[in-house]
Design a protein around this ligand. Structure first.
Ligand code: NAD
Ligand code: FE2
Length: 350
């Protein structure tokens, strides 16, 4: 779990004080900031002192192992040692920060650690500050990376942040569509966790609260306000906690395949898939369609129309590789239930 949590509007301005005791000798703090903020007043509020460095994270594509390795190498070459890595941005930037922190102290490439419990050493101090709400990356024990052969996280006890700062003000200017797609990531985490076979009281307690907050924001309210940002930020936190002790399910397993082959981003990819999952999550999908309509959102259709057999097969391979997700969704005998043919038929509908 994350060791320290600060929550509140304006809490970003406590960052200098929060980092002070974490500074080691002469080693700099590295601020990895989402490139969206490159010319944004937020950058002037980043407490960079002395040798500290701000790196703008290019999140045009979701994080790749090669990008993680190159940032870690650059930092080792330039400074040798750093005091910490502070990720400020959406799920992509937070995942990058977690992965770079781990690669400052683990040998080889981040691709060597894609999987479960492969990371050997704790990383350097790392803090996460979300500017979009929904992924739960701020609390999770994974960092999702696209590597040479797969899209898979570095899942380990060393992966969670040491500190997070949850300041809902930072999410207030997110574009409506992006806010919805990332918010739906949280909604889908809740449905997949609450309907999964791995469910337990820990996951249920957080999942039910997160679902209630998502519904307040996207179903009940008629306009977006500060309270919506507050609620969605806590939904993201609780949704992330819910899947920490369970798993996600069909939408995530299928959307990983899309993302690997087509580069479809996580939030929108989950929406494209979830829209077609009435067979697996009937009530959730019905409510999802209502939220899409109410919030005036476009969900892309027919994105797999022009794909070849080989491409479908690649997506099916990536998806079926996500064994814990399928087992959570369909039970221990999932392989009998989710055949390649059935999955192909689902991909063809997207
Ligand atoms: N580690 C985990 O547990 C976990 C869980 C779910 C998803 N993820 C990962 O999170 C990523 C998706 O994250 P995301 O949905 O937060 O989006 P993102 O981080 O990919 O960002 C999406 C876009 O929004 C921009 N942006 C960020 N903050 C903004 C703001 N306040 N205002 C305007 N624009 C802003 C970014 O620059 C980017 O263009 C994927 O890489 C996915 O794999 C990780
Ligand atoms: Fe997700």
């Amino acid at each position: 779990m994350v060791d320290y949590v600060v929550y509140g509007r304006g809490s970003f301005d406590q960052l200098s004080e929060i980092l002070a005791p974490r500074r080691k000798n002469n080693a700099p703090m590295i601020f990895l900031v989402d490139h969206f903020f490159e010319n944004n007043p937020l950058v002037r509020r980043v407490p960079a002192d002395g040798k500290d460095k701000i790196i703008f994270a290019d999140v045009t594509y979701e994080p790749k192992t090669t990008y993680v390795d190159s940032i870690a190498k650059q930092l080792k070459d330039e400074f040798g040692e750093v005091s910490g890595i502070i990720g400020i941005g959406g799920g992509s930037t937070m995942d990058l920060a977690k992965a770079v922190s781990l690669m400052m102290t683990n040998p080889g490439s981040s691709a060597d650690y894609q999987g479960w419990d492969l990371v050997k050493n704790p990383g350097v101090y790392k803090a996460g500050i979300p500017t979009l709400s929904g992924t739960g990356a701020e609390v999770s024990r994974t960092t999702v990376l696209t590597g040479p052969t797969r899209k898979l996280g570095m899942n380990s006890d060393f992966t969670p942040f040491d500190q997070i700062v949850l300041d809902p003000e930072l999410t207030s200017n997110a574009p409506v569509n992006q806010r919805f797609y990332t918010g739906m990531d949280c909604y889908i985490h809740c449905i997949e966790s609450l309907q999964g076979t791995y469910l337990n009281e820990f996951s249920k307690s957080y999942g039910e609260k997160a679902l209630e907050l998502c519904q307040k924001v996207f179903v009940d309210k008629d306009k977006w306000d500060d309270e919506s940002d507050d609620q969605l930020m806590m939904a993201s936190y609780a949704g992330g906690m819910s899947i920490a002790y369970s798993q996600v399910g069909v939408a995530h397993a299928v959307s990983y395949g899309l993302s690997y082959l087509l580069g479809t981003k996580h939030g929108i990819g989950n929406c494209i898939v979830f829209d077609k999952l009435e067979e697996y999550y009937p009530e959730g999908v019905k409510e999802f369609k209502y939220m899409v309509k109410k919030n005036n959102i476009d969900i892309p259709q027919n994105i797999t129309k022009a794909l070849s057999d080989a491409e479908f097969n690649k997506m099916i391979d990536v998806s079926l590789g996500m064994k814990p997700l399928w087992e959570n969704a369909l039970g221990k005998d999932w392989e009998k239930k989710m055949t390649r043919e059935r999955l192909r038929a689902l991909y063809e509908r997207l």
